[in-house]
Design a protein around this ligand. Sequence first.
Ligand code: ZN
Length: 162
Amino acid sequence: MEGCCTQGPGALRSTCPECGRPGRPVDRVTLEALLRPDALARLEAGDHRFCPTRECPTVYFGPGDSFRREDVLVPVFQKQLEGDGRTVCYCFDVAEATIRREVVTSGDSASADRIRALVQSGRCACEVRNPQGTCCLGNVAMVVASARAWRESAPAPSLRAT
Ligand SMILES: [Zn+2]
């Protein structure tokens, strides 16, 4: 399956002008869909990249422009802290907290399974909904793994299913 999970060609500038870390290629359509109107009006030509560094305020950068968190219509998962009410799946509006709660109570996440099935059936629109411009499944898997590790390390029977 192609489409939401493919990545574009490399950009001329590959590291973030603000934090200096490597950015991930992001399709122009993602910026067009998720930039606020005044930010979209500044969008220059050329390949753009997404900066995933949490502490860095820059979200997108290109050869002649860059955009920060406040220029983007939705909160950016990578730029928020856990417990900040993060949305992990933008297409189907699944909160990180929902997945964590499911894993802590049952050891598994029905929401994660549902997202996976919907993505596999081609119903996702990550390139226009998720600010990273690619599929959220990697982030979902990371949340599940982190919640499992927490569940195994914390003896908290009160949080288990009743
Ligand atoms: Zn950065």
